[in-house]
Design a protein around this ligand. Structure first.
Ligand code: FES
Length: 163
């Protein structure tokens, strides 16, 4: 089954040219990014197709896709708010903000709002520990730093307006 669209196959071929033929597995991360861009998330069937392209076992793809939080293993909303929940951000209020957002959106971390707009995803350190609490929102992966409840309200209003 071909789930990755034909137009992206040439992008994949270009990436594969960067690696020796017997080291195709090295292209796994960029190819997973393409696969996710196409579909919005990575269902098992697409990860299996990636394994086939790279001549590796499907489990090797699952291991990598499940390790990195930028890959989504279930359907996500249009905006994925990744919230750092590592110690330094928790010390300045990240957990409280997570609860605030869960209540505001009526979901818990890992879930998506019923309108399909926003997913809350807890992640580990986003490397901006001095300006926590920190959020990151894809697909551009902009950072939102020194977050507060007031900033969360503005951010969610903005995302709802953008739709
Ligand atoms: S602990 Fe949150 S960005 Fe590092």
């Amino acid at each position: 089954m071909q789930l990755i669209k034909e137009k992206r196959k040439s992008d994949i071929s270009d990436i594969l040219k960067r690696y020796p033929a017997d080291r195709k597995k090295s292209a796994l991360l960029p190819i997973l990014h393409i696969a996710q861009e196409e579909n919005g998330w990575l269902p098992v069937e697409i990860m299996d197709e990636v394994a086939e392209i790279l001549d590796i076992k499907p489990i090797e793809v699952y291991e990598v896709a499940s390790f990195y939080t930028m890959f989504h293993l279930k359907q996500v909303g249009k905006y994925v708010i990744e919230i750092c929940r590592t110690g330094p951000c928790c010390n300045v209020g990240a957990e409280e903000l997570i609860h605030y957002m869960e209540n505001k959106l009526g979901i818990v971390c890992g879930e998506t709002t019923s309108d399909g707009l926003i997913t809350l995803k807890p992640v580990e350190c986003l490397a901006a520990c001095g300006t926590g609490p920190v959020f990151q929102i894809g697909p551009e992966y902009y950072y939102y730093e020194n977050m507060t409840k007031e900033k969360v309200d503005l951010l969610i209003d903005e995302l709802r307006k953008k739709g």
